[in-house]
Structures are given as structure tokens and as C-alpha cells.
Design a protein around this ligand. Structure first.
Ligand SMILES: [Zn+2]
Length: 95
């Protein structure tokens, strides 16, 4: 999880601990913020996770619709295993 910090933000005008003058009958409320760099890193992680989930769902969909002919079960299994290994190799997180 990213490091968060708490600041006061005016519910009336949106001021966040700045020198901006309030517009009138304002009240401060706490909001949670994260640094932009951490947000960007999380966006990248999310995009990668979505690509991985998509690839896994595609693989599961293919497997769920496969109907090997008699005598072809082992070949079908081996092909699915090869696709699974390739998918893992493409989407395994770097250490
Ligand atoms: Zn204000």
C-alpha cells in the first residue's frame, strides 16, 4: 500500500492547507492523499494485473470450450500445458 498522509481540505472551497482565503462559511475536513509517483506506480501495477487476468481468462475460456476427440486427450492436455507455461512466462511478476 502507498504511504498516505492527512491534510485538511475545506469542504466549501476545496482549499488544502494553502494560503487561499476561504470564500465564506467554510469548514475543514480531513482527506487522504497519496503522492503522484505512488499513484502512477499503482496505475502501472493495476494495468499489468488486468492484462494478466485477461490472459488467464482467455486461457480458461479456451480450456473450458475444448472437447478433445477420442484418443486425443493427452495431446490436448499437452497443448494446454504448453499454452499455460507460455502464459505464465509472459505474466509472472519480476522479482
Ligand atoms: Zn474554504
Amino acid at each position: 500500500m502507498p504511504h498516505t498522509f492527512t491534510v485538511w481540505q475545506c469542504n466549501g472551497c476545496g482549499r488544502i492547507e494553502s494560503q487561499q482565503a476561504c470564500t465564506g462559511a467554510c469548514r475543514d475536513g480531513k482527506v487522504q492523499l497519496i503522492h503522484h509517483d505512488e499513484y502512477v506506480a499503482l496505475e502501472k501495477q493495476l494495468a499489468q494485473s488486468q492484462r494478466t487476468i485477461g490472459a488467464l481468462l482467455d486461457m480458461l475460456s479456451q480450456l473450458s470450450h475444448a472437447t478433445p476427440r477420442d484418443g486425443q486427450w493427452e495431446l490436448c492436455f499437452r497443448q494446454a500445458q504448453t499454452r499455460a507455461r507460455a502464459t505464465l512466462a509472459r505474466h509472472r511478476p519480476a522479482d
